[in-house]
Ligand binder design. Structure first.
Ligand code: ADP
Ligand code: MG
Length: 321
């Protein structure tokens, strides 16, 4: 009698190359007992059970209904890549604190109070808040500064500011977003690295100043071995600390030091048209291998990655008593 098949479900939105290629790759490598499939769902009952061993989430950051669906599926024992509980909680500013705890350099960064009041708040909602000393911030960061949302992605609401005037103009445009401002890294090289399964890394030379479809530099020169090793170490350390099985880590190199710029990307761009054929092949094949391995050797349920350990929080109770 054939073994019962285990399903790896894909939950995705507008993207049209990566999900289908990943389903085909899973089918090709799954030896018949593990197959890839598009997730199908409708309304959810509180008693719902789910027919997937694992679900790959590419879209729940944009569809809150899906996020709740994934948490329910996790509660019923489905493995979810990436962890919906942690994904819902992380942000770029917190990420910098995690980065420091695993020895990865980041640009000097500050978090700013909202420019405009979020809905349902009024002046009295901010009684805890004191005025910001802007000159202190400018002295700490220096110019130019990058301002961007802590809960952000997709290059939306990202501003480069050369002086206070541009800084305040950007801040004025930030509505009620939670913005952070950071030192601009004047880099000689910029890398975007896929990390898969918290153990595999693929380095891609990236040119953020090029037009959208030319940013992934094709036929880039080889990376010097010590730098290659450092980039891999940093990218993996971040993804392990954050507990992401699929992630991209952006590193800007200044004076031989890679600075982590953008490394909380649990649904990273994996479109054939933007990353190019070779990078696409790598991410599809390695994702398929890692997911199949996860189905064969499930990971214990976790709420987050390794950061409670790297920040030395796990023994807080012992220390306090
Ligand atoms: N501190 C910084 N130094 C230099 N460049 C930066 C910095 N922060 C952001 N950038 C540039 O802005 C781009 C978008 O910012 P990023 O943090 O990657 O936001 P998103 O998550 O929206 O992609 C980066 O790819 C990089 O080119
Ligand atoms: Mg980015």
């Amino acid at each position: 009698m054939p073994l019962p098949q285990k399903k790896i479900g894909l939950l995705f939105g507008m993207e049209d190359t990566f999900p289908w290629a990943l389903i085909r790759a899973i089918d090709a490598r799954g030896e018949g007992d593990i197959v890839g499939a598009q997730v199908e769902l409708s309304y959810l009952r509180d008693t719902q059970r789910f027919d997937y061993a694992l679900i790959v989430d590419r879209i729940s950051h944009e569809v809150p209904f899906y996020r709740t669906f994934l948490k329910a599926a996790a509660a019923r024992g489905v493995q979810i890549v990436n962890n919906p509980f942690w994904w819902a909680a992380d942000d770029k500013y917190f990420g910098n604190i995690v980065a420091e705890s695993v020895g990865v350099a980041t640009p000097r960064t500050v978090l700013l109070p909202h420019k405009e009041r979020p809905p349902n708040t009024e002046a009295n909602s901010y009684r805890n808040l004191r005025f910001v000393d802007w000159n202190e911030i400018f002295a700490y960061l220096g110019f130019p500064v990058f301002m961007k949302p802590a809960y952000g992605g997709g290059w939306k609401d990202v501003y480069k500011c050369d002086g206070p005037e541009e800084f305040f103009a950007a801040y004025d445009r930030s509505r009620d977003l939670t913005m952070m401002a950071q030192e601009a890294i004047d880099f000689t090289e910029y890398y975007r690295c896929y990390t898969i399964g918290r153990e595999r890394v693929h380095l891609m030379r990236y040119d953020p100043k090029a037009s959208h479809y030319d940013r992934y530099v094709q036929n880039a020169p080889p990376i010097e071995p010590a730098m290659d090793e450092r980039l891999r170490r940093d990218a993996l350390a971040l993804s392990q600390a954050l507990g992401y099985d699929m992630n991209t880590v952006e590193l800007a190199v200044r004076d031989g030091i890679p600075y982590a710029i953008d490394f909380t990307n649990p649904a990273p761009d994996a479109d054939l048209k933007s990353v190019g054929e070779a990078n696409f092949r790598w991410v599809v094949d390695n994702m398929a291998d890692v997911l199949i391995d996860r189905v064969r050797r499930p990971r214990p349920f976790e709420l987050t990655g390794a950061w409670p350990h790297s920040l030395n929080l796990t023994n807080l109770f012992e220390r306090a008593t």
